[in-house]
Design a protein around this ligand. Sequence first.
Ligand code: BT5
Length: 237
Amino acid sequence: MKTKKSPFKLYYFRRLNSTNLKAKQFNENSAILAGIQAKGRGRFKRAWSSKQGGIYLSIVLKPEKEPSKLTLLTSLAVQRAIKKTYGINPLLKWPNDLIYNKKKLCGILTENIYKKNKLEKTIIGIGINTNNKIPENLINKAISLKQVLGKKIDNKKLINQLLNQFYILYKKYNKNKFNVIQNWKKSNSLIGKNVKVKTINSIYYGKAIDLDNSCNLILKSKNKTIRIREGDISIIY
Ligand code: BT5
C-alpha cells in the first residue's frame, strides 16, 4: 500500500510537562512531540513515566464524527506503525493499551475539549516506550521496544510511520470506510479470556465476550452480562 503523506505539522519541544497539555494551545492537524515529560499523564490523573528516549506525542484534531472510537483507532495505527517499521505485532488491550509479552508498550490518552458545549478539538496523546528506561516500580508491567528488539529504536522513523498510518485510518473512518470495532476485534488480546476489570466503583470478574458499537466491553459474569464503559483490565492467566 502506498503511504500517503500525513498533513500533521510536527512541533518538537525538548521538555514539556505534558504534550496533551501543550497541545491545547495548538490548532487542528498539529502534532506535539516532547523529548521528556515532567508530568506525563495517564487516565484518571495517573502518572505516565516519560524518561528521555521514549515517544511522547499528541495529535490535535477537529473530529468530523463522534470521537469515541478514536482511542481504539489510534491503537490500531500504533500497532500498524510498529509492525511496518519493526515487524513485530503488539496486541491491543481495551481500552487504550498496546501490550507485548503481557507488558504495556504503549498507552493512549484521548481528551476532548469543549467550548460552550460544542466539541472544539480532540487531543490524542500517545506514549510509546522505545529507548526510554523503564523505572524500577514498573518493570513487572511495562516494556520498551528496545528491550523487545535488542537494539536502538529509530523514533523519527516510527513517528513518521505512525502519523501516516493514523492519517490513513482516520480519513477512511471519516468516510465510513473503516470499521474500528471490527478491526480492533481482529487483533485484540482480550476477547474470550477470563479477566478482572477495575472500574472507579467496582471490580468485576468474568469472561470478556465482545465489544459493542460504543466501545463498551461486554463481560459475561456468572449469568449476567455487564457492559463496561471504562476501566483497567487484566487477563487472568
Ligand atoms: C495511559 O493511561 O496508558 C495513557 C498514557 C498516555 C501517555 C501519553 S504520552 C503523550 C501524552 N501526554 C501525556 O501527558 N500523556 C499522553 P493509563 O491507562 O491510566 O495507564 C497509566 C498507568 O500505566 C500508570 O498508573 C502506571 O501503572 C503505568 N505506566 C506509567 N508509565 C508507564 C510507561 N512509560 N509504560 C508502561 N506503563 C506505564
